[in-house]
Ligand binder design. Sequence first.
Ligand SMILES: [Zn+2]
Ligand SMILES: [Zn+2]
Length: 341
Amino acid sequence: MSAITRAGQSSSTRGPACTTGPASTAPGLASTPSSAVPRKPRRDNDMSPEASSRALLTVLSAEHAEWRPLLALIEEALQEIERPAWAHSVPALERSGPGPEPLLSGAVIKVAPRSIERWIRRVMAIAAAGAREEPFIAAVTAGRLDTLALFEAAVSQDVDRLDDLAQVVRDTRGVLRILAPIIAMPMLHACRRAWADRVPTGWASGDCPVCGGWPSLAEIRGLDGSRHLRCGGCGGDWRTEWLLCPFCGERDHGNLGSLVSPESLERQKIEVCDGCRGYLKTLTTLVPIPPAHVVLQDLATLVLDVAALEKGYRRPSARRPLAINVVAQPRRLRALLRLRS
Ligand SMILES: [Zn+2]
Ligand SMILES: [Zn+2]
């Protein structure tokens, strides 16, 4: 077990040691069983930020057999984000320059309904393989679950709407909330890729400038030790100030600190804010974590989430959903006919 100690942001004075252990819930993985919580800190050399996706998945799968259903979903999403077809649905950006809203806010996303249903069915089939239930696929087949509505709720991160859809399929375990980030991932990554040169350099908010999600983790990067926030939803990457809580904007040194494990040699720590009781996992890296790996590094550092929860800190609740419309793109033939008329 690692000893996690509280240190002030500007001081190396350590507080009383605290032993880590299982917690009742894990942020971002609300249904992860307590048995899935790592019981020891990971070795530094097998989950380095520079490792490949395959290597990361292999290590996680070997060390945590109970995570395999979730890892299968993430693996599928990582393959799906490589499909070029998603780029066709990225909306054109009309705004320019730094604005108060993430780039995706106000977007109208035109999609091929069959492609969206195919992807959602695929996600549900993999999820069902772990649970040995297929109520969601049955609901899609019967037309009770609107896949475009589910896709829109997932991309806009609208948890209230997800809960409404969950009622339709009698999902009382929050399965749709867990599947939603996986469902949204290919679209969000396509937007991040397409808009790489449109991300405002002066973005000062704590939420992702592309998709509006809260950061999954922070990086202290390179020889200059610049601080970057990383989004697990789209892989977004934006620079931020050192002494600033991304969740509530707290700048008071007295309210900002960190939890440090001596065994991680400060390569991994938890930045905490006593203003909002939020926390942010922070990794020291030489180069940026590849966008597709952020979600894996988030999972690989679950032991830090547990330590933060035990100290009374939490991830922030879901932010206000973005205003996004998902509409069915006319079939190509229909579009051609319209052009000729
Ligand atoms: Zn994002
Ligand atoms: Zn805060």
